[in-house]
Write a protein that binds this ligand. Structure first.
Ligand code: ATP
Length: 266
């Protein structure tokens, strides 16, 4: 669904991304993890068309989109829920959702948009009860739900989620991850950029580790969880020796998988 080849991008004279190759297929959650400043948000914004590509190619369902503006990428099936939610605090929840379909306004009528509001509220029942409230009155978790729901208004094939768990209490983080799991089940391709490496690697089909704008490592999500270098760098597990680190990571992995089974089976 999404294919990046040798992507370079950045800000004025700073090149942040140095030749990123990455793929996301339909019905797959692909994690992008990495430390602060590694380039995750820059990559999400480049995919969405908010930052220009300097070199390389972005294909969406086989079509080259790297020279297309953001609204055309949305029409072709791409959606982006940015870091920091960016809901419009002074507008109602319903109007924030309608804003999500703005790029399609010339192609879709009011009844289609109304149908999408109803459909996304099926996924996010708390929003249905708050449709006429101003978005600024929602809790942090509800605002994050609104940001994802707004991105889903266009019925995307690809969803780019930038740090959806940022600033949320653990119980709400679990809600958000459960929801992302449901979106995968609907066949949407999901690129999930996160600093919360544990939950992200546990839910992801595949993952890429980005460091200083380059892909340092890639593999299956749960396999990366068990790798000592990931445990040391991203899961806060110190390794006095490689073997101890590996054992520790495996224990942690087993506990995490049990915890996730509780979340996703509930
Ligand atoms: P975080 O998890 O902290 O958001 P990140 O992996 O998303 O980190 P980016 O926000 O993409 O990282 O930042 C990558 C690099 O680009 C950093 O060195 C950052 O200082 C720089 N950068 C980010 N935004 C801008 C900007 N608007 N102008 C100039 N440099 C920027």
């Amino acid at each position: 669904m999404l294919q990046l080849t040798a992507i370079e991008a950045g800000y004025s004279d700073l090149t942040v991304l140095h030749g990123i190759d990455l793929e996301v297929h339909a019905g797959e959650i692909v994690a992008l993890i990495g430390p602060n400043g590694a380039g995750k948000t820059t990559l999400a914004r480049t995919i969405a068309g908010l930052l220009p590509v300097r070199r390389g190619q972005i294909r969406l369902a086989g079509q080259a989109v790297e020279r297309l503006p953001p609204w055309t990428r949305i029409r072709l099936g791409m959606a982006h829920a940015p870091e920091g939610r960016q809901v419009v605090a002074g507008l109602t929840v319903a109007d924030n959702l309608r804003l999500g379909a703005y790029a399609l306004r010339r192609w879709r009528n009011e009844s289609w948009i109304g149908g999408r509001v109803a459909a996304v509220c099926e996924l996010f029942p708390p929003l249905r009860e708050r449709l006429d409230d101003t978005a600024g009155n929602l809790s942090g978790g509800q605002q994050q739900m609104l940001a994802i729901a707004r991105a889903l208004m266009t019925q995307p094939k690809l969803l780019v989620l930038d740090e959806p768990s940022l600033g949320l209490a653990p119980a709400l983080v679990a809600d958000i991850f459960r929801l992302i799991d449901r979106l995968r089940a609907q066949g949407i391709a999901i690129l999930l950029s996160e600093q919360n490496a544990q939950m992200t690697l546990a839910i992801a089909d595949r993952a890429y580790v980005i460091e200083t704008g380059s892909i340092a490592l890639q593999g299956r999500g749960r396999e990366l969880l068990g790798r000592p270098e990931i445990a040391e760098r991203y899961l806060g597990i110190g390794g006095d020796s490689a073997a101890a680190g590996r054992r520790h990571a495996q224990d942690r992995h087993a506990r995490l998988v049990r915890g996730l089974a509780d979340i996703f089976d509930s």
